[in-house]
Design a protein around this ligand. Structure first.
Ligand code: HMG
Ligand code: MG
Length: 302
């Protein structure tokens, strides 16, 4: 199969990236981060998460962030909504897309959202219905699609099963998520192919954490089987509070560098993303976890 000519990037830095930061990140910083990312041309910005503040304290300021950001026409602002309370908050916050997030592993589902996979689908049902009636886009995430921190191996059939259920709920997009970054290219391609047998290929996205350094290779393997939506986090920020030891998502800088090298369009300004990545990393007092970002920045300042 030919590689896609265009790829849609879902930038998850402000949500997946920042949710795992121990220090409280001020609202003004989150807002400026979002504004820098949208100004760089990001088509989908996962900007907030309406979950319990007891579970993920960093996301407690989500309503304030959503209220203060500058909306760029052409950017879809997406937010996590595990239940109807989250959905109501998302509606008030004028989100464009809501994300229901399940898992292919029972153990992870319990740890992350405090219910079984089957129960989670029932909780998502009214959210999905409400999203449709308010004409919001609906996205469904499948955590632990390539391995689970508690259960280990996750059968491909379990991933396919959840994908099918999310599709039945009306999801416009389905995220195959490697929560702990254990996937390798052959397994990634097999999983994507299997999911593509039950949902439209163009609605599948790859969400790769880079714990084992395989994310760029997994994206390439996914491109080869016709996947054209990928999630990434500027400066490689992040991780999941319920997946200990897992590092951030693949960095947006690394993904854009890969895609530019392949001649694949994203509509995003890589230089502006490099700046945003260096800026947020300096504020957080850490070195950006992006090979391409750091190299491009060093080259520019040489
Ligand atoms: P629960 O305790 O089972 O639910 O939590 P509950 O309905 O019994 O509510 C308990 C308390 O939470 C109540 O407050 C509710 O009001 C409140 P209390 O009466 O104790 O004061 N509550 C809420 N507050 C704000 N917003 C809400 C909300 N819902 C209930 N929406 C729940 C269930 C799902 C809420 C909880 O388990 C939770 O918030 N979990 C957080 C999960 C999370 O955010 N994980 C990280 C994001 S997922 C991820 O990173 C993976 C992903 O990137 C893909 C990948 O890499 O795999 C997407
Ligand atoms: Mg994630």
């Amino acid at each position: 199969m030919n590689l896609p000519e265009k790829v849609k990037i879902v930038e998850v830095g402000p949500r997946d990236g920042l949710q795992n930061e121990r220090q409280t990140v001020p609202v003004e910083v989150k807002v400026e981060f979002c504004n820098r990312l949208s100004a760089a041309g990001v088509p989908n910005l996962e900007s907030a998460s309406f979950v319990s503040a007891k579970w993920v304290p960093q996301m407690a300021s989500s309503a304030a962030v959503m209220q203060a950001i500058t909306r760029r026409p052409g950017t879809i602002y997406s937010v996590l909504t595990p239940n109807m309370k989250g959905f109501e908050d998302a509606l008030t916050a004028r989100a464009d897309e809501v994300v229901i997030f399940g898992a292919a592993s029972e153990a992870f589902s319990q740890r992350n959202i405090n219910c079984s996979i089957a129960e989670s689908i029932e909780r998502f049902r009214p959210v999905a219905r409400a999203a449709k009636s308010h004409k919001l886009r609906l996205r469904g995430a499948i955590s632990c699609a390539l391995g689970c921190p508690y259960q280990g191996e996750v059968p491909i059939e379990a991933v396919v099963d959840v994908a099918q259920r999310l599709a039945e709920l009306g999801c416009d997009e389905i995220d195959v998520a490697d929560t702990i970054g254990v996937g390798t290219p052959a397994k990634t391609a097999r999983t994507m192919e299997a999911v593509a047998r039950v949902v439209p290929r163009e609605s599948i996205s790859g969400h790769f954490h880079d714990t084992y350094g395989q994310a760029v290779a997994n994206i390439y393997a996914s491109l080869e089987v016709g996947i054209s939506i990928f999630h990434s986090s500027t400066a490689g920020l992040g991780g999941c509070p319920y997946a200990k030891g897992a590092t951030g998502n693949v960095s947006t800088e690394d993904v854009l560098f890969l895609l530019e090298g392949l001649g694949i369009q994203t509509g995003i300004d890589l230089n502006a993303i490099v700046d945003a990545g260096q800026w947020i990393s300096a504020i957080l007092g850490q070195k950006a976890a992006s090979r391409a970002g750091n190299a491009l920045f060093a080259k520019r300042n040489a």
